[in-house]
Write a protein that binds this ligand. Structure first.
Ligand SMILES: Cc1cc2nc3c(=O)[nH]c(=O)nc-3n(C[C@H](O)[C@H](O)[C@H](O)COP(=O)(O)O)c2cc1C
Length: 258
């Protein structure tokens, strides 16, 4: 199974078998992280894995999940670092799925002050993971997501490859399943918008969520052998769409979109 197949099957796992994960699988996660593409390669990140098989190291937090392992991502605090963190973590979550491991993002985790920094890097997000109790996968049709008609508007009927990128984006998980995104397709390009916040900037979780969404788009692009750039287009950023805020566009290079 590859990451593309995993994004159709993964669900959040909140119940785990209380067993150690084999050392070679833990090592594979570390190796995968070392090689995983980031959205903004100029932002330094690190991961740390906490072994909680003794049940003594779970973070606090209202929507906490008791799990045998936790993966924490730390990052330099640069522009769009949360988006970058979401992009990396979703690939890790999908990779874990391919190894037979369940995972769950933990935005609500309360991390003690002493663990909030790693040198110059700051804690950004944590994921619970381990062997799932019960099923690891679900059918994508069972994922609770908004229908495409609610998420996507545009002057044209998207072509097949664009539809596949959109479907991968639609399946992206988000904090409290808010799905804060909307898609506009025009001239074979997908423009991604966030539902407008009361403040100018995206909220912490929305920005991270967009990183997850873009991971799905780029994994699908890779699978379809499409050369896709995620860029901010100035002519779109000038446009005002009701109650939304422009984030980025997926531009397919070459002839594939036509
Ligand atoms: C940034 C982020 C933070 C999340 N935080 C939590 C959390 O604190 N506790 C929890 O149980 N689930 C958390 N989730 C999981 C979401 O609730 C879940 O992804 C969403 O409801 C969709 O369900 P699915 O992942 O099973 O498709 C989080 C997800 C994301 C993307």
């Amino acid at each position: 199974m590859n990451l593309y197949e995993a994004l159709y099957l993964r669900k959040s796992t909140r119940k785990y078998v209380w067993e150690p994960v084999q050392a070679d699988l833990l090592a594979k996660i570390g190796t995968f992280y070392e090689e995983v593409p980031s959205l903004f390669p100029g932002i330094k990140t690190e991961i740390g894995i906490t072994d909680n098989t003794d049940r003594k190291h779970a973070p606090g937090g209202f929507f906490g999940v008791a799990a045998p392992y936790y993966l924490s991502l730390y990052s330099e605090k640069k522009d769009k670092y949360e988006m970058n963190a979401g992009f990396i973590c979703e690939q890790l979550a999908l990779y874990m799925h391919t190894l037979g491991l369940g995972s769950c993002f933990l935005g609500s985790a309360k991390v003690p002050k002493k663990n909030r920094n790693r040198g110059e890097l700051e804690f950004v997000i944590m994921m619970a993971f381990g062997k799932p109790e019960g099923t690891l996968a679900r059918r994508s049709t069972d994922a609770k997501r908004l229908p495409m008609q609610k998420l996507c508007v545009g002057p044209e009927e998207p072509k097949r490859v664009v539809r596949e990128l959109l479907e991968a984006a639609r399946l992206a998980p988000s904090a409290m399943n808010t799905q804060p995104w909307r898609f506009v397709v025009a001239q074979g390009r997908i423009h991604f918008f966030a539902r407008k916040q009361s403040i100018e900037l995206l909220s912490h979780w929305d920005e991270l969520g967009f990183g997850i969404l873009f991971a799905h788009v780029m994994i699908a692009a890779d699978e379809l052998w499409l050369d896709v750039d995620l860029i901010r287009l100035e002519d779109i950023s000038q446009k005002e769409f009701k109650n939304t805020q422009y984030v980025l566009s997926a531009v397919i290079r070459g002839e594939q979109a036509s």
